[in-house]
Ligand binder design. Structure first.
Ligand code: ACO
Length: 322
């Protein structure tokens, strides 16, 4: 049996940091409110002109290097983002050219904060079926570009960044299972209410902003993530205690803590970066994964549970033997 195993990870954060104290000067909020309600202390925000692919490229190069590979070894690129550089070509194609790779399939996936799990699930299937051997999977965003910096309900939550993994075909172990879902009936609880079809003038004018009914999203997120934990464990006939690390989407420390509680897992087995990164949407899981791999917490053969919930609504998980 062929598995897709993580061969290397990488990440990149823009240098510019915006603290809660900086935000206190911009909107009617406090450092205390942001910390208590979300766990966020600071976030990285891309400089003017810095694009999603600009952030993705160093993350991708780092992941390829960590895998001991060269860019030309990559035979599939799957790029998760909701803030692409252009309407087309895809970020995956733009990145492919920057990396000097030619000919392999390259495409974007749009599932907002669940984007990385969707991209991983997709790339894993290409490897399992023998179509690809070495896949580059990226989550990268400049969410700051679709934030209304006058809306305290959303502007304190998000940050920019990029994370990447290289998945390599392996006969022994790797991704054990992936589970992805969506329910479009919740569209208006979390969306950018205009796009190319009827609001392109607003997009061009930089007036296309995230709108979120945070409290309602919160309740559905906690409930749904609890269910995906059960679904993932059942599919693998595993116990909660078999999981070494929870690597969750980093939207809110209270949502993360609820999932850890569901797993009977102490918080020191949970990779938390939301305090430093904010919610970087599709980038948050690969960013968190790379942090914990590089600081030595995550070791080879550890069992990782990745989970995410986001706009759509979309949600998903991946169980991985690292
Ligand atoms: N500073 C101070 N007060 C604020 C702020 C702020 N930045 N933002 C909102 N408030 C106020 C509200 O106006 C409200 O005041 P009121 O009671 O006088 O009306 C009060 O704080 C409570 O607001 P709630 O929205 O009920 O606060 P809540 O505890 O739910 O926290 C939050 C808000 C952090 C947004 C939370 O609901 C959340 O994390 N939701 C889920 C987000 C999520 O997971 N999204 C999915 C992924 S994102 C994606 O896919 C793009």
């Amino acid at each position: 049996m062929t598995f897709a195993r993580i061969a290397g990870t990488g990440s990149y954060l823009p240098e510019n940091i915006v603290t809660n104290q900086d935000l206190e000067k911009m909107v009617d909020t406090t450092d205390q409110w942001i910390r208590e309600r979300t766990g966020i202390e600071r976030r990285h925000i891309a400089l003017e002109g810095q694009t999603t692919v600009d952030l993705a490229e160093p993350a991708a190069r780092q992941a390829i290097e960590a895998a001991g590979l060269a860019p030309e070894d990559i035979d599939l690129i799957v790029f998760a983002t909701s803030t692409p550089d252009k309407i087309f070509p895809s970020c995956a194609c733009i990145l492919q050219a920057r990396l000097g790779i030619r000919g392999c399939p390259a495409f974007d996936i749009q599932a907002v904060c669940s984007g990385f799990v969707y991209a991983l699930a997709t790339a894993e299937k290409f490897i399992k079926t023998g179509t690809s051997k070495k896949a580059l999977v990226i989550g990268a965003e400049v969410f700051s570009r679709i934030i209304n910096w006058k809306d305290r309900g959303t502007c304190v939550l998000f940050g920019d960044g990029a994370g990447a993994v290289v998945l390599e075909a392996n006969e022994e172990t790797g991704v054990l299972s992936t589970h992805i879902h969506a329910d479009g009936q919740y569209e208006k609880l979390l969306h950018v209410p205009c796009g190319i079809a009827d609001g392109y003038d607003q997009v061009k004018a930089g007036l296309a902003f995230v709108e979120m009914k945070g409290n309602e999203v919160f309740k559905v997120a906690v409930n749904t993530l609890g269910k995906i934990v059960d679904e993932t464990l059942e599919a693998n006939q595993m116990q909660k205690s078999d999981i070494d690390w929870l690597v969750p989407h980093q939207a809110n420390l209270r949502i993360i803590a609820a999932t850890a509680k569901k797993l009977n897992m102490p918080m020191d087995q949970v990779v938390v970066t939301v305090n430093e990164h904010g919610n970087t949407s599709a980038a948050s899981i690969p960013l968190a994964l790379d942090v914990a791999v590089r600081d030595g917490r995550i070791q080879r053969n550890d069992v990782l549970l990745l989970e995410a919930f986001g706009g759509g609504f979309t949600w998903g998980s991946a169980l991985i033997r690292y």
